[in-house]
Design a protein around this ligand. Structure first.
Ligand code: GLC
Length: 512
């Protein structure tokens, strides 16, 4: 008998960046109505869940990751009634919905911070990190913020510094304060009571601060601490706070999930966030920083397999999101490479995340408007083009210009072409859904020629094999390859036999 598995094991989660998905009210900014309009598309594609990047009221300094009210919807996206409708419509189609929960900081316009900032004796003063400077007048410590500059901003009125690991408009909450934790529990319950299926927890490794906020070594002083954090400080407090979160989320029925955004350069450290922090899922970003070098992918995949073999862990598969260059852009604009990457992403062991537009083979937006963001992350946030009309299915010209190729790289055009990358994604999702080995089976690397990455997925008597040729030339595989391909990345039709030869930059999935 197969063990009952929570829905999110082996599932595929589709990330929506709401501003750039679709606009329904004619202001050029994507909104909840625009998402609701395209749920049919997501159902057709076959995703299990949506993760919505923040939709909360926000001054939008960090485009929503600066939250001014955790329990409402920004008018630019709609209102709570629109949200309830979207949730209901998604659920009716069997699609789960995850919220983005920004735990580490608020907007400087959040009433908590306005109160905290109002005076040194404010009731919420210690909800954030207010400190005096060093005797020489410099900030309380030598930390840098993720987006450049120091991590402290001076407040003239109350005569102290406050801490922000991101923009100055994103002050850090002090999670050692029980009132902060209680307030955040209420936020989680607010959305859980509404029926959401879980959360993507934004930079959640940062919530436990090292006692005394000590200086870092001088050579680290000019660097963002985000991906050094878990390597240099004890995380016991963070695990304790996360356990509280886990208890709350776990007290609701339906296997509600939390996926933690944890940055580290040491994949092995992620295990503690599962085992000690109690998180069901944690992003593993190792794959998304790999160049097009099969030996590197192989090394990272073997390492992940060793790390996530540990009981209580379950791997995640991430190749892109709203913070980094798109898959195709990273691989020199090659659609063939993007197709191979899709096959790998969706045939590995774990819970997979697709970033909106990657299923269309979109490339990053370019030009002046894109250069405007000081953090350089707008390229991958180009609007999703829905059809061939001048506004491409939007209510008005969107807030950012279209990415190159929008004429043919749009949903309608890709759907009309059976051999398109969109159909490849759909085939992969449907294959994954119906395949026990792909969803829940074991993973093992295969010996292959150096240009090829090969692995096996096995469950009971069923075995699938995946070969991906990273090279610019055809290559032949020596290992098991009898049987018809279930899927070939480079064409819309799957040949009925296969002779063991992989075309340049192509991948194949076989039942053996
Ligand atoms: C996460 C988000 C990013 C945001 C940052 C601060 O890394 O993905 O977009 O800027 O946290 O909230």
């Amino acid at each position: 008998m197969t063990e009952r598995q929570p829905w999110w094991k082996g599932a595929v989660v589709y990330q929506i960046y709401p501003r750039s998905f679709c606009d329904s009210n004619g202001d050029g900014v994507g909104d909840l109505g625009g998402i609701a309009r395209h749920l049919d598309h997501l159902e057709w594609l076959g995703v299990d869940a949506l993760w919505l990047s923040p939709i909360y009221p926000s001054p939008m300094v960090d485009l929503g990751y600066d939250v001014a009210d955790f329990c409402d919807v920004d008018p630019v996206f709609g209102d709570l009634a629109d949200f309830d409708l979207l949730l209901e419509e998604a659920h009716r189609r069997g699609i789960k919905v995850l919220m983005d929960w920004v735990a580490n900081h608020t907007s400087d316009q959040h009433p908590w911070f306005l109160d905290s900032r109002s005076s040194r004796s404010s009731r919420r003063r210690n909800w954030y990190f207010w400190r005096d400077g060093k005797p020489d007048g410099s900030p309380p410590n030598n930390w840098s913020s993720a987006f450049g500059g120091g991590a402290w901003t001076w407040d003239d009125r109350s005569g102290q510094w406050y801490l922000h690991l991101f923009f100055p408009e994103q002050p850090d909450l002090d999670w050692s304060n029980l009132e902060v934790r209680d307030a955040m529990q209420r936020v989680l319950r607010f959305w859980l009571d509404r029926g959401v299926d879980g959360f993507r927890a934004d930079v959640v490794n940062l919530i436990g601060k090292p006692p005394g906020l000590p200086d870092v070594a001088p050579e680290l002083a000019g660097r963002s601490l985000i991906d050094l954090w878990v390597d240099i400080w004890d995380r016991t407090d963070t695990y304790r706070y996360l356990q509280e979160v886990r208890r709350t989320v776990g007290s609701y029925p339906g296997d509600r999930v939390v996926v933690g955004e944890i940055h580290t350069r040491d994949m092995g450290r992620l295990v503690d966030f599962y085992e000690r922090g109690g998180l069901p899922l944690v992003f593993n970003f190792a794959l998304q920083s790999q160049d097009w070098v099969p030996a590197d992918w192989r090394r990272v995949l073997e390492q992940a397999e060793a790390v996530f073999r540990s009981p209580g862990t379950w791997p995640t598969l991430v190749l892109s999101n709203h913070d980094i260059r798109r898959i195709r852009t990273r691989f020199e604009g090659s659609e063939a490479r993007a197709r191979v990457a899709a096959v790998i992403l969706l045939t590995l062991r774990g819970t997979a995340f697709i970033y909106q537009g990657d299923e269309l083979g979109m490339v990053d937006g370019v030009g002046e408007a894109y250069a405007a963001d000081p953090t350089g992350r707008l390229g991958c946030r180009a609007p999703v083009p829905w059809d061939m009309r001048p506004l491409r299915g939007w209510g008005a010209q969107p807030w950012l210009p279209w990415a190159p190729e929008a004429d043919h790289c749009n949903v309608a055009a890709r759907r009309a072409q059976p051999s398109s990358i969109l159909h490849l994604y759909r085939e992969l999702l449907h294959l994954r859904r119906s395949s026990h080995p792909l969803k829940h089976g074991s993973w093992r690397i295969l010996e292959t020629p150096s240009a090829i990455l090969g692995y096996e997925r096995r469950a009971g008597a069923e075995t699938l094999v995946v070969y991906a040729n990273f090279g610019d030339e055809d290559a032949t595989v020596g290992g098991p390859h009898n049987g018809a391909p279930l899927l070939v990345s480079s064409s819309g039709t799957n040949p009925s036999t296969w002779d063991g030869t992989l075309a340049a930059t192509s991948a194949v999935v076989l039942a053996v």
